[in-house]
Ligand binder design. Sequence first.
Ligand SMILES: C[S@@+](CC[C@H](N)C(=O)[O-])C[C@H]1O[C@@H](n2cnc3c(N)ncnc32)[C@H](O)[C@@H]1O
Length: 215
Amino acid sequence: MDKSEGRVDLKKHWDKAYENSPTEKLGWFEGVPTLSLELIAQCKLDASAKIFVAGAGSSTLIDALLKLNYTQLIANDISSEALDVLKLRIPAADQKRLDYVIDDLTNPTVLKDLTNIDLWYDRAVVHFFLKEVEQQTYFNLIKSTVKKGGFVLLAAFALDGAKKCCGLDVFRYNTQMFQDRLGDDFELVSTQDHTYINPFGDTRPYVYTLFQRKE
Ligand SMILES: C[S@@+](CC[C@H](N)C(=O)[O-])C[C@H]1O[C@@H](n2cnc3c(N)ncnc32)[C@H](O)[C@@H]1O
């Protein structure tokens, strides 16, 4: 299988996941993303802040951010099916505050043009990037898009967490690994372990980290 076929398969894999399950039955569903919202509140962003949600899927974080009156949200995913589910749920009146970008975070095309991001948010996405080149591309994208003073919230399976999600192997993280990837230009604001219980009652240990780019 060549590289491009692998990517197509991955898109299909995620499309199927969203086709086969309603959002609330997905293994990563959160009714209210409480911890994420608490951490985002700490950033004290203006309503006009540009918030990029990497691998957003059909996450309820988007609904919550719209309720908080943010006006410049970008929901990205490799799966068009995921973003279709999200789009169908968001009220028409809110659509103008939300852009949808179908693109692969490990092989970005449209995303290369992103700039001036105030908050880069990733829950349960970065841990799917197994290869060094994918990880490098992903973290380089953060570095080229998040502005000085901007924030990066990364939440991933912890080192003692599950080894798979949605049938795929994962690469688990701790805080230092994120710091090493982001480099000295990003300062750790806060970090905490978090135990997420999925809709099937399974325990999923996460690490939540918030970084700020130095001015
Ligand atoms: C476990 S789900 C998490 C979804 C969402 N962040 C949440 O917390 O509910 C992982 C998401 O990452 C997306 N994804 C996986 N690989 C991706 C890639 N290379 N580029 C963009 N999105 C990707 C999947 O389609 C899926 O929506």
